[in-house]
Design a protein around this ligand. Structure first.
Ligand code: AMP
Ligand code: GLY
Length: 424
């Protein structure tokens, strides 16, 4: 079949790498892609925010199936538009993508269905929000309702910091995303990312990972899209997985179906594992980036039939097989990220690095120019490795990182620390 993958990050490189290995993929095209994806798929310069252009491209190229990587097109309804035109697409409808597109929507859904999450209130004006904050304990968390590319969450240590966050959001600091806010209780615990593949009725547990969101070692510095991940998450055992499925994922699926917005696609629960059990921090409606990279390394089964079964409502008796090994990825980012950074610096040594056993390098913001690989974004490379333990995967990934010559980049040196400390 002819498959079109939408996106250009490390997540999409991992998805392209996995799908390219499938006998089902006759032709794999990626829009817009990057220098690494170009080794797995034909990359086309298509503006994926222009749904009419995407539809026209699909028709002209006999595309049978579209796989959507990032959240923005999902929340903009690209799956609805493709399906309405008779083109099969993987991912949630616009209505179902509200699980990521509106934090207030998700919090209300949790409340109505007894799904464990932080206590909260929604606000659309400054004064009531500030009055509420003054009645609560600190730290307290202030969140923009809409999509804010990871910049919409402020964990405020003081009332003054929370008030400043409220002012910034309502002053339009995050555009439309901050027109409404959620203020919620600060949860104490250890985070984990939990992934389930859904077909509207059935949820198939994928696997888990632990992301490292802060820019600097020791979880210091600003929040980012993610600076590295390991899989499986060290704090989710089978009993905890079963609890997350029963208390969080399944009731969400039932509630979405009951409101006429059945959820299809990847449901990614950002969890806090607290003393009182797992609590939902937020939902995302797609694979995580960089979590996808470690999941794809560990997935033994063909990905394409699973994505088709999600779209077709056929997951009920579906089974996926996983390698028993652990995986880890170190993100190499441009100096300055998540703030402003330069583009265009040369990256060398990638082949040498990829030659290490178990290592796979997925590109994010890269491009090719004159036969050279150049940095072309904030997060630039994902240096990934499989290993018999997280510790071995970590050693291999860092050995590969050491072989990469890129003066414009930086990376965290402690990815996987929590898992390794637990003997994983
Ligand atoms: P989100 O974008 O909602 O995943 O939030 C970004 C990060 O903020 C999360 O990964 C957590 O580290 C932190 N965070 C969000 N909500 C809470 C909360 N209620 N309690 C503690 N930390 C939180
Ligand atoms: N790594 C976090 C995310 O994909 O949202």
């Amino acid at each position: 079949m002819n498959i079109l993958l939408l996106g250009s990050g490390g997540r999409e490189h991992a998805l392209a790498w996995k799908m390219a290995a499938s006998p089902l993929a006759d032709r794999l095209i990626c829009a817009p892609g990057n220098a690494g994806i170009a080794r797995e798929a034909e990359c086309v310069a298509l503006d994926i925010t222009d749904h009419a252009a995407v539809l026209a491209f699909c028709r002209a190229n006999q595309i049978d199936f579209v796989v959507v990587g990032p959240e923005t097109p999902l929340c903009a309804g690209i799956v609805d538009d493709l399906e309405a035109a008779g083109i099969k697409a993987f991912g949630p409808s616009r209505a179902a993508a509200r699980l990521e597109g509106s934090k207030g929507f998700t919090k209300d859904l949790c409340r109505a269905n007894g799904i464990p999450t932080a206590a909260y209130r929604r606000f659309n004006a400054v004064e009531p929000a500030k009055a509420y904050v003054r009645e609560q304990r600190t730290p307290i968390v202030v969140k923009a309702d809409g999509l804010a590319a990871g910049k919409g969450v402020i964990v405020a240590q003081t009332v003054a910091a929370a008030e400043a966050a409220i002012d910034t959001m309502f002053a339009g600091g995050l555009g439309e995303a901050g027109a409404e806010i959620v203020i919620e209780e600060f949860l104490q615990g250890e985070e984990a990312s939990f992934f389930a593949l859904c077909d509207g009725d059935t949820a198939l547990e994928l696997s888990t990972a632990q992301d490292h969101k802060r820019a600097c070692d020791g979880d210091q510095g600003p929040n980012t899209g993610g600076m590295g991940a390991s899989s499986p998450a060290p704090n989710i055992d089978p009993a905890m997985s079963a609890r997350v499925m029963a208390d969080i994922i399944q009731p969400t699926l039932r509630a979405m179906k009951a409101m006429g917005a059945p959820f299809k696609g990847v449901l990614y629960a950002g969890l806090m594992i607290t003393d009182a059990g797992p609590k939902l921090i937020e939902y995302n409606v797609r694979f995580g980036d960089p979590e996808c990279q470690v999941l794809m390394l560990r997935l033994m089964s063909d990905l394409i039939p699973a994505l088709l079964a999600s779209r077709d409502g056929q997951l009920k008796s579906f089974d996926l097989r996983w390698y028993p090994q652990a995986a880890l990825t170190v993100v190499m980012a441009a100096k300055g990220y998540p703030g402003s950074y330069a583009r265009g610096s040369v990256i060398e040594g990638l082949e040498d690095a990829a030659a290490i056993e178990g290592v796979e390098i997925f590109h994010a913001g890269t491009k090719t120019e004159g036969g050279k690989i150049l940095a072309n974004g904030g997060r630039v490379l994902n240096v990934c490795a499989l290993g018999d333990s997280v510790r071995q995967a970590q050693a291999r990934a860092y050995e590969a990182v050491a072989r990469i010559r890129w003066s414009g980049g930086f990376y965290r040196r402690d990815i996987g620390r929590r898992a390794v400390e637990r003997g994983k």
